[in-house]
Design a protein. Structure first.
Length: 296
């Protein structure tokens, strides 16, 4: 059995991708990580992550291209804000038998692939409090509950699409194609009001097609949170804790990454983990010197 991690990235998110992989490799030197290209502009990030952390390109680029074209055929142009975000769904048809998908605006605080042991009990799991805090927001419209499209119990399993895990083949290509066409025919099911793309569709697929689901925070006493806009986490060294419980990861979902963002210095630590303070200062000085010379 082959286990590992999938990410989706292009050159635009190279800084976030480096920070994520630095954190993954800090705790796990060996787990296989595959990059699913977001678009054709991915060669810089692919080369960097391959050099630093032995990240491999998803081996079937033709499959990704076919899947992207299929998404364009199924959905109207104005249905999905960023259709290429749907590329993460090829994870069910890739080389990994068991996998975790992780967004690049995340850093982890543990050997994250060990959570794949949960797949001995379920066929899919997530790890967040979307069900408790945001309820159906950014996933489903009130119509879904009013028309009993899903039961109340099923709707308790909604999740953020930035961190989740499953098994290859749990969803077949035919099942996915049929479910995606159902989504395309029922725009009224979804809440796209804040610009999300893949999250509502992915939630529909999981609730519709995978019965054995889990959430790592649904344990006695509750698990730690993970959202960077939660300002109540405590920091020790470069790890965060939620009421004494070590976070598994931190996710800057919906937050523009920049100086002043929540936990920015923590992110900087992981981004420059192997470069050191003086290397960072030197890099900034060289950039400033270059700009000054250019202006003269």
């Amino acid at each position: 059995m082959i286990r590992g991690i999938y990410i989706v990235a292009n050159d635009r998110v190279i800084e976030n991708a480096i920070a994520l992989l630095n954190s993954i490799r800090l705790y796990d030197k060996d787990v296989q990580v595959y990059l699913i290209p977001f678009n054709d502009n991915y060669h810089q990030v692919a080369d960097k992550l391959a050099t630093l952390h032995n990240v491999k390109i998803f081996p079937d680029l033709e499959l990704i291209e076919k899947f992207t074209n299929r998404i364009g055929e199924i959905f109207d142009r104005d249905f999905l804000a960023l259709p290429n975000k749907m590329r993460k769904l090829v994870a069910w048809f890739g080389p990994l038998d068991e996998f975790i998908y992780i967004d690049t605006d995340i850093v982890v605080f543990e050997k994250i692939a060990d959570n794949l042991n949960k797949l001995a009990e379920v066929d899919f799991f997530c790890c967040d409090y979307h069900h408790a805090n945001d309820k159906l927001r950014n996933i489903f419209s009130p119509f879904v509950k009013e028309q009993n499209i899903f039961t109340d119990a099923q709707l308790e399993d909604v999740f953020n699409s930035g961190f989740w895990a499953s098994k290859k083949g749990t969803i077949t290509e035919q099942q996915m194609d049929e479910a995606l066409r159902e989504c395309a025919n029922h725009r009224e099911y979804f809440d796209f009001s804040e610009g999300v793309t893949d999250q509502p569709i992915l939630n529909y697929l999981i609730l519709k097609l995978i019965a054995k689901r889990g959430n790592l925070v649904k344990i006695p006493g509750g698990g730690p949170g993970s959202w960077a806009n939660s300002r109540n986490f405590q920091q020790e060294e470069y790890v965060l804790y939620d009421k004494g419980k070590r976070l598994q990861y931190l996710h800057w979902a919906g937050t523009k990454m920049k100086i002043g963002s929540p936990y920015w210095k923590l992110w900087e630590h992981y981004r420059y983990l192997h470069e050191g303070k003086f290397a960072l200062i030197s890099k900034l000085n060289r950039r400033l010197f270059s700009l000054m010379n250019f202006r003269t």
